[in-house]
Design a protein around this ligand. Structure first.
Ligand code: LLP
Length: 414
């Protein structure tokens, strides 16, 4: 996180001291850097400048309205996976004409809303979905733009829970079935074939699976063109990894060159669906140490954030760097950083060396992606507030949930 730095020992994000945010808004608190969001987007624009392209930010990574609005203002498109995400994109000022709709389980209502909004493309993942889309479009007297999400069957070499492009995954249609499916789609009156799509997994640290997937998709596009089915865009999904700990993330410029070489002289526009690599390192989760609990084998630091706020460690054993907001001169001790939730899986980090006392603040880094968007109310914990920093300016972009909001919509039975 390059907008994070110490001034006189105090940790700042851009021009703002993190302890002042904790005083003002309480903890746990998500804090994002606008400069980091913008520079991550700019890195994509620069890397792919040689190829006509559209960056469709994957909303699931962080769907807070203010974050979506930052990307909308930069001209981004959006990759959505639900009617809820569509509503958020529209509320945040996103252009529906730059929205692609992914996901294996689109409902008729969601299709209806997306057709009414006039989205760029539906990334269709099965034959049944294709027929449903044709029917919904016909009821509205519209023609739906479609791509198939093909499954190129390459191993992305990432965590099995976030690997999506293998034969055994539920996603996409087998690449070998695609020609027949495109012929079928071309024959249905309320569909218009416009593109092709694939997404092979997330947190990829190696470019070669992405390049392999691109090659397989491009070969299919050429085979389709030979049959008279010409596409307007090729969507290669998201998946570029970030540095959480000691990973070496793929070099975006190298990815850009790889694709520029493959797209040179082609007529189709390149679409990308990055999520994590646009927001992951632009956000952190601020938490306060409630108790230090020394033990024979282990010391625990019990903090006020938990797995409901940041689920990634519990779900994927994901590593997030944890740093103290104020530096103390005392020697560091080894702690397991855990939350107050009643599950052994409620941990945020194991065996971290920290010089801390009760009441101190910690920051969990690289928490901008799949942090707040995966937060829940488990253990009846109100979800955290969120703040966006822009140089010295501070915006509360989401209020902390209250006890009332926790119970909103609930009622007793007779
Ligand atoms: N496009 C599609 C169709 C996707 O399914 C995803 C992510 C993306 C794009 C964005 O991928 P990214 O650029 O962020 O890697 N909760 C997990 C990650 C799940 C990713 C799901 N799909 C985590 O916390 O690591």
């Amino acid at each position: 996180m390059n907008t994070l730095h110490r001034i006189d020992g105090r940790l700042h994000l851009e021009g703002v001291a993190l302890d002042t945010l904790a005083e003002r808004y309480g903890t746990p608190l998500y804090v994002y850097s606008r400069q980091a969001l913008e520079s991550a987007y700019q890195a994509y624009s620069d890397a792919f400048a040689a190829t006509p392209h559209l960056i469709c930010y994957a909303v699931k990574a962080n769907s807070s309205l203010a974050i979506l609005n930052v990307f909308a203002r930069l001209g981004a498109g959006f990759d959505i996976v639900s009617g809820g995400e569509l509503a958020r994109v529209l509320a945040a000022g996103g252009d529906p004409g730059k929205v692609v709709f992914s996901g294996v389980g689109k409902t008729a209502d969601e299709m209806h809303a997306a057709l009414e909004a006039g989205i760029l493309c539906f990334n269709v993942e099965s034959v049944s979905e294709l027929h449903r889309l044709n029917r919904v479009a016909s009821e509205l007297g519209k023609v739906a733009p479609v791509s198939f999400r093909v499954n190129p069957d390459v191993d992305p070499k990432t965590h099995p829970y976030i690997s999506t492009g293998l034969k055994e995954n539920k996603f996409g249609v087998p690449i070998a079935d695609a020609p027949a499916l495109y012929r079928l789609a071309a024959s249905l009156p309320h569909l218009q074939v416009t593109g092709i799509d694939c997404h092979i997994g997330s947190q990829l640290t190696d470019l070669s699976p992405l390049a392999d997937a691109a090659d397989r998709v491009l070969a299919l596009v050429d085979a389709l063109a030979a049959e008279g089915i010409a596409l307007h865009h090729i969507d290669l999904g998201g998946g570029v990894g970030i540095r959480y700990h000691d990973e070496t993330p793929p070099d975006l410029a190298a990815y850009g060159r790889t694709l520029a070489a493959r797209f040179a002289g082609r007529r189709e526009k390149l679409l990308l669906e990055p999520g994590r690599s646009l927001v992951g390192n632009a956000g952190l989760l601020l938490t306060r140490v409630e108790y230090l609990k020394p033990g024979e084998d282990k010391n625990f630091a019990i903090v006020d954030a938990a797995m409901n706020d940041l689920m990634r460690p519990a779900l994927y054993e994901a590593y997030h760097e944890i740093v103290a907001i104020d530096e103390r001169p005392t020697p560091a001790k080894r702690y397991d950083i855990v939350g107050p939730i009643c599950e052994t899986g409620d941990f945020l980090g194991f065996a971290r060396y920290l010089a801390i006392e009760e009441g101190d603040l910690l920051a969990l880094l690289s928490a901008g992606a799949y942090g707040m968007s995966m937060a829940s109310n488990y253990n009846s914990r109100p979800r955290a507030a969120e703040v966006l920093i822009n140089r010295n300016e501070i915006y509360l972009i989401r209020e902390r949930e209250t006890k009332d909001s926790l119970m909103a919509g609930e009622r007793l039975a007779d």
